[in-house]
Design a protein around this ligand. Sequence first.
Ligand SMILES: C[S@@+](CC[C@H](N)C(=O)[O-])C[C@H]1O[C@@H](n2cnc3c(N)ncnc32)[C@H](O)[C@@H]1O
Length: 237
Amino acid sequence: MRDKLFSKKNNLTNFKFNKSVADVFDDMVKRSVPGYQSMLELIGLSVREYGKDNTNYFDLGASTGASSLALGLNNIHINNNIIAIDNSKEMTKKCKKNLQNKIDNISVICADIQDIKITNATVTVLNLTLQFIEPSKRQKLIDNIYKGLNSKGVLIIFEKIHFDNKIKQEQITKLHLDFKLANGYSKLEIGAKRKALENILITDTKKTHCNRLKKAGFKNITCCFQYLNFASFLAVK
Ligand SMILES: C[S@@+](CC[C@H](N)C(=O)[O-])C[C@H]1O[C@@H](n2cnc3c(N)ncnc32)[C@H](O)[C@@H]1O
């Protein structure tokens, strides 16, 4: 369904992952996140490379299930469980509906990713989700993921980022605005969504991400992809 959520002036409320968002999420994410499709491809490559037989793959903040689908369709290993977690009931409902008949080794769970136990994991995905966790709690979450990963397991993070340099920040923000305009959003919609996401989506710099991963204990950390103000990180235990 086409995302028209912010096309009316009266929709200037706080952003929530409710039914209205779940219904248009797939269209929203494609038209507003540069590199989203490449990120899904990267998840596919990573599960082939880092997945192992008899282990778990976690998709944290799974939304409608695109990352889980990338994990499932590209998996070349045997006896794996894909565990997709989201704390939005509407998202988990949609995720189950989208993935039924497509992957059979998946459990979709409605829970807070900060409360779950990660065990026997070789691949864990945090795709556009860490940015919605309270900044003071992000290190604990990454530490928990690290503990639950097997040796040589991978954490894949994709996030909106910001830049310390003011000019760089302005230049890239302007190009991101152009990206959304080119994808059919109006200036009114873009402004309204930005307002609704204020204090809800809180970005970090690349340096903050890398330092956090290092602090958790990850041995090899690479920023392996960036398109404007969106970047992905591969962290191998
Ligand atoms: C931008 S979406 C993620 C997109 C998705 N990973 C993908 O690949 O398309 C962020 C998701 O994180 C979920 N979320 C935010 N905070 C969460 C938390 N503490 N626990 C579980 N899910 C959370 C939201 O409900 C939302 O569905």
